[in-house]
Design a protein around this ligand. Structure first.
Ligand SMILES: [Zn+2]
Length: 484
């Protein structure tokens, strides 16, 4: 909600998202192995990605497949003659002193122009327009030993990442609030995960820079934002900074700023495109993207989030909101559907998966595939609850074990957890609880809901092991005379 004071200041946000094509086997311009994570530094390199004199790049055809796929997903217009440009700048992680990229000026074109991503929030649908997207290579990585760029005594360079394929997606400055930016990013992540071109569980697979301005004033670019939640926070902070400046009668300036988790600080000012001296990459010939190639990939397009959200509602009776949340990550949606093949209590699967299991995974920063969680464990667990073998209380105690691959039956055996179905034992306990609480029995006459208190006491006394149905039956019989 905009406050009255700020209503004359309209924020305009555009996002630039770098997606690392980390599902490819090799880098963008050489045949070095692209699965470099966790490997010894500077071992996945060759003369091309080290920028040695005389080395020549060649384009990875599979990276173009990924770009075509994305163009179909966004409904973008592919530019059928593909050129690369050199973007010149010096930085230690960039051994060539230029990045090979695509440029939409000076006679160049992006890989694809336009396209939209529709988002839904506050019951409205908004189509966020994309400006363009293009292919380029990732630089290497600076490692600041024992600290960050400011506190570290030495900095090392690892070129394993140098030359990994990236797709940079640029939106038009049509996003109007930090929250809208976050919702957009979630939708984009969902599309990318369904296209299976980026493994999003890998660190740095999706990186966001944001351009922010107040309508009619100069814009700032904010870099180094680590997560979608941080994007929302950084944008909020930066909008406030710009509005405060304007309110004081000062002007905002074109500048690049760094987000450090608390505030944005000035990195460099008045950087302009011509400082990069873009010019065509003469070592790579233009590539023609034939219609056959585009059509061929279109035929093999996977199901995309919007279709899937509709289908999940139809097939499993999910609410739109739940279907949307589940679809945010393809892996989660796939897992949900695998569970539903084994067990028809779709609602219970959704609840336990979204509320409990995902909560634990998020807290520990894990993906489903990195754990021992399997659909058959979920099926066994839901069946145990539905058949009354397990109370909700015990289920809650167990649930963190499911991601370790431990089945509910095995766990209960080990814990010595058994449901108490001994009628005599429960009768005795009920008598004791009733005689210990004469005041509550008195309350029961006026407020029948107080009945729940006795159920709670029974469960507490048995550490959640009392058979709930039997407990209720016994208590009802004993307390009947006090209830109207
Ligand atoms: Zn290489």
């Amino acid at each position: 909600m905009k406050s009255k004071v700020d209503s004359k200041f309209t924020p305009m946000i555009g996002l630039e998202i770098h997606c690392q094509l980390n599902t490819l086997k090799t880098k963008l311009f050489c045949s070095c192995n692209a699965q470099f994570r966790g490997e010894e530094p500077n071992t996945y390199t060759c003369p091309v990605c080290l920028g040695l004199p005389g080395s020549l790049p060649t384009v990875n055809e599979n990276a173009i497949d990924c770009a075509i796929k994305l163009a179909h997903a966004f409904d973008s217009k592919i530019n059928k003659r593909m050129y690369f440009f050199r973007k010149n700048y010096f930085y230690p992680d960039l051994p060539q002193n230029f990045q090979i990229t695509q440029y939409n000026k000076a006679g160049g074109v992006a890989f694809a122009d336009g396209g939209t991503i529709s988002i839904k929030f506050d019951n409205k649908i908004k189509n966020i327009e994309l400006d363009r997207f293009h292919l380029e290579n990732d630089p290497g990585k600076l490692v600041h030993e024992g600290g960050d760029i400011e506190s570290s005594n030495e900095t090392l360079v690892d070129y394993n990442r140098s030359g990994i394929a990236l797709i940079e997606i640029v939106t038009k400055p049509v996003i109007e609030s930090p929250r809208e930016a976050r919702i957009f990013l979630k939708k984009l992540r969902s599309i990318i995960s369904h296209c299976e071109i980026v493994d999003l569980t890998k660190d740095g697979a999706m990186r966001v820079d944001a351009n922010i301005s107040i309508k009619g004033h100069a814009r700032a670019e904010v870099k180094n934002i680590n997560s979608f939640k941080e994007v929302e926070r950084a944008l909020k902070w930066e909008i406030k900074r710009q509005i405060n400046k304007l309110k004081k009668g000062q002007e905002t300036e074109q500048e690049t700023r760094n987000w450090n988790g608390k505030i944005t600080t000035l990195l460099r000012s008045k950087e302009s495109e011509n400082e990069y001296r873009y010019f065509p990459e003469a070592d790579l010939v233009p590539i023609e993207i034939k219609q056959d190639w585009i059509d061929d990939i279109k035929e093999k397009m996977p199901e995309l989030p919007d279709e899937r959200i509709a289908r999940l509602q139809e097939e499993y009776g999910l609410k739109e909101y739940d279907a949307t949340v589940i679809t945010e990550d393809k892996e989660v949606a796939d897992f949900y559907e695998e569970c539903c093949k084994l067990n028809e209590n779709y609602e219970a699967i959704k609840n336990w998966l979204m509320n409990d299991i995902m909560g634990i995974l998020n807290e520990e920063n894990l993906s489903i595939s990195s754990t021992e969680l399997k659909p058959k464990l979920v099926d066994e667990f839901i069946s145990a609850i539905d058949s009354g073998k397990v109370t909700t209380k015990i289920a809650k105690k167990y649930i963190s074990k499911i991601i370790k691959g431990i089945g509910i039956k095995k766990w209960m055996k080990k814990q010595g957890v058994k449901k108490i179905t001994d009628k005599e034992k429960l009768n005795e306990l009920a008598d004791k609880i009733i005689s210990d609480n004469p005041d509550v029995v008195e309350d029961l006459k006026k407020k029948p809901k107080t009945f729940q208190y006795f159920v709670g006491q029974m469960m507490k006394a048995t550490r959640g092991q009392a058979d709930i149905q039997l407990t209720r039956k016994i208590l009802k019989e004993k307390l009947k005379k006090y209830m109207k």
